[in-house]
Design a protein around this ligand. Structure first.
Ligand code: NAP
Length: 317
């Protein structure tokens, strides 16, 4: 591989799951990776799982001050990237009480949305493309999006309220599953807004489909704690009996496919790994939900989120 073909990629959420699988493929291809990990221990484990050649940087996405610090370090090193892959995410559906970030923001929205918006805002002039891992559950008319309370940001009063607001809409009672769906809707709206600001930039949001790891870790780790039996049954039925899930390896492969194919396609696109039937998925460009296509809402979300991030960072100083 020539130096020109060797890409430098910054990725969040590559210490586990889909991101880790994608990182293995990118490394095997010869790309240079910078993996953002939540702490030094996770960074060591990630290098051990991947390669010592992987560059790691440390930032807890649940702490905006820590994200701002890592951005400063990347800038001081004059880092620039072929792709910024915003893939980290969490959910704790099944738990009844909100959890809070270091700045007092509901954890799902803080990690999945605000931390990634800060990275996107500060690094979008230093990357040639942005890829964001969203989810079909952002769309209330899809199979996953129909189960439980639907995604919906309302007037986003929660972002005005700031610390202590349990939900983005500022009016619903706390529901961890809806908080996750809302955060993924934020991912789509953020992608749309970045693309409006930077039409020359490829901005790709995507959904991997349902991925349930066989290990004790992975995306459903928190839900498993809340309801071990229910989650074991859900995993068995969805993954092994009905074969509704995607493998973590294939999901990682899809992420790399997007990076390979979309890196030179300016503009916004959304790709979803739709379920056709048991064990059968189709990965294709897909229309996001109606709310996710609302460009005024996308601009408002970006502005409100930036305002909130700035005020929280000012208080953290
Ligand atoms: N699995 C699914 O069914 C599914 C479906 C649709 C979309 N997605 C999306 O796919 C993405 C990857 O999920 P996954 O399935 O690969 O789950 P996963 O195995 O749990 O991976 C999540 C990644 O995010 C990182 N992360 C979480 N909180 C963080 C924090 N505070 N600071 C830094 N890093 C943090 C984790 O780091 P640690 O290793 O340190 O915990 C891990 O690397 C997420 O955005 C998720 O919303 C998943």
């Amino acid at each position: 591989m020539t130096t020109a073909e060797r890409r430098r990629i910054l990725i969040t959420g590559a210490s586990s799951g889909i991101g880790l699988e994608a990182a293995k493929i990118l490394l095997a291809r010869g790309d240079a990776l910078t993996v953002l990990c939540r702490n030094a221990e996770r960074a060591d484990a990630t290098r051990a799982a991947l390669s010592d050649s992987v560059q790691t940087c440390v930032a807890d996405l649940a702490d905006l001050a820590s994200v701002a610090k890592v951005i400063e370090e990347l800038r001081q090193n004059q880092e620039s990237f072929d792709a910024l892959v915003l893939n980290a995410g969490l959910q704790y559906a099944g738990h009844g009480s909100p959890r809070w970030s270091a700045q007092g923001i509901e954890l799902t929205v803080a990690v999945n949305h605000l931390a990634h918006q800060l990275l996107a805002e500060e690094l979008k002039e230093h990357t040639r493309a942005i890829v964001i891992t969203a989810s079909e559950v952002h769309n209330p008319s899809t199979g996953g999006g129909r189960v439980g309370l639907p995604a919906g940001l309302g007037a986003m009063e929660g972002l005005h309220q700031g610390p202590g607001a349990p939900m983005v809409d500022g009016e619903s009672r706390f529901n961890a599953d809806k908080a996750y769906k809302d955060s993924k809707l934020c991912n789509l709206l953020m992608a749309l807004e970045i693309s409006r600001q930077r039409p020359d930039l490829p901005v790709v949001a995507w959904s991997p489909g349902l991925v349930i790891a066989r290990t004790s870790g992975g995306f459903f780790r928190e839900s498993r704690q809340a309801n071990p039996l229910g989650q074991a049954l859900f995993g068995f039925v969805a993954r092994d009996l009905l074969r509704l899930t995607e493998s973590v390896e294939r999901a990682g492969d899809l992420l790399v496919q997007l990076i390979n194919e979309q890196l030179h396609q300016p503009g916004f696109s959304y790709w979803s790994n739709g379920l056709l039937g048991p064990g059968r998925h189709q990965f294709e460009p897909t229309q996001p939900s109606e709310e996710a296509c609302d460009s005024d809402k996308a601009t408002k979300l970006w502005t409100l989120s930036n305002g909130l991030i700035s005020s929280l960072l000012a208080r953290s100083d």
